[in-house]
Design a protein around this ligand. Sequence first.
Ligand SMILES: [Zn+2]
Length: 101
Amino acid sequence: MITLHEVYEQGTETVKEAVRSFGTRHPLGPATADAEPDWKLAERHFTSVIEVIMGTAALAQPDAAGTVRRAENAARQLLLTLNTLPNYRCPICVKQGRGPL
Ligand SMILES: [Zn+2]
């Protein structure tokens, strides 16, 4: 499955910006304006987003590779869409009840 880092590496400037923005939603320590992103957590949440989109049942499908690819594309698209919103929250953080960021 594609990682957030790979999305960044392969992405256009717009995609890179969306990845950085997703990272800042996962601050290490207190959520201050200049907090360093917790990339491990951001990676985990990006993977969770893909898994949610894909649905666990999809893994048993014969076209699993295609399903994964479609979910990865959808997750990338979701990052881009989220980044057009001011002060959005990571949907996985929201689900887990993490902080105001
Ligand atoms: Zn998150």
